[in-house]
Write a protein that binds this ligand. Structure first.
Ligand SMILES: Nc1ncnc2c1ncn2[C@@H]1O[C@H](COP(=O)(O)OP(=O)(O)O)[C@@H](O)[C@H]1O
Ligand SMILES: [Mg+2]
Length: 215
């Protein structure tokens, strides 16, 4: 299996405070991983660095390219690496428009866009919620819509920040089922989480960030 991401000596500080110093981390293409660690250990910050949203130091290799973290992050990588916020934002339009928007920005033709949006809505199990205004969806439905939307863009790497936090039992189970599907589809995914159910998902790699080090 080929290595998609390789980090070496990746450091993040806020002023004089060193948040983490990660000696090495490798992500294989086609595998899912969880990133665990106590609150404040830097999980969100690390995902944001990988997504080009946060400056930092160290070596970041993406396939054969050496990447510099923000503010020098190359624009073409922003399309390859998708980050889903802990509280994903949906446009207050329709589910279909939410699915189509990013595809439109990428120049996908109308017919293909429609097809992929429909497929995404079905994948998330939201076919019956198509006409529901997104702001009326439950937390779990919003999270599933956000996962489907990012998956429809077919990025090379998907970064998910605590996708099951703030969900009830049923919402967690449904989101977990989608994460298992992403794993089975051999997408490359990193999920920051506390949720024991995700952590124990079979066939998923695990990283633990604590006290500034990756274990
Ligand atoms: N812009 C910032 N300025 C100063 N400190 C920050 C900033 N962003 C995050 N931090 C600090 O970095 C630490 C790690 O935050 P975070 O990455 O959100 O951790 P986690 O997601 O693991 O809970 C926290 O102590 C937080 O207060
Ligand atoms: Mg966080």
């Amino acid at each position: 299996m080929s290595v998609l991401v390789e980090l070496g000596g990746v450091r993040k500080s806020f002023g004089a405070r060193m948040l983490f110093d990660i000696a090495h981390l490798g992500i294989e293409e086609g595998r899912s991983y969880v990133l665990t660690g106590p609150n404040g250990s830097g999980k969100t910050t690390l995902l944001r660095m990988l997504a080009g949203l946060e400056p930092g130091e160290g070596s970041f290799r993406f396939r054969d390219s050496l990447v510099r973290f923000a503010p020098h992050y190359p624009e073409r990588l922003q399309r390859m690496i998708a980050y889903v916020h802990q509280h994903p934002y949906l446009f207050h339009t329709s589910l279909r428009h939410n699915m189509e928007y990013g595809l439109k920005c990428r120049g996908v033709a109308t017919k293909e866009r429609r097809r992929r949006a429909e497929e995404a809505i079905a994948w998330a199990g939201l076919a019956e919620r198509q006409v529901t205004p997104p702001e009326s969806l439950s937390g779990g439905e919003k999270q599933r819509a956000a996962l489907a939307r990012v998956r429809a863009l077919q990025p090379d790497l998907i970064l998910l920040d605590e996708p099951t936090s703030n969900l009830d039992k049923e919402g967690r189970a449904q989101t977990l089922a989608l994460l298992a599907q992403l794993r089975d589809e051999r997408r490359t995914v990193i999920v920051a989480c506390h949720d024991q159910e995700i952590i124990s998902l079979a066939g998923i790699g695990r990283f633990h960030l604590d006290d500034g080090r990756m274990q």
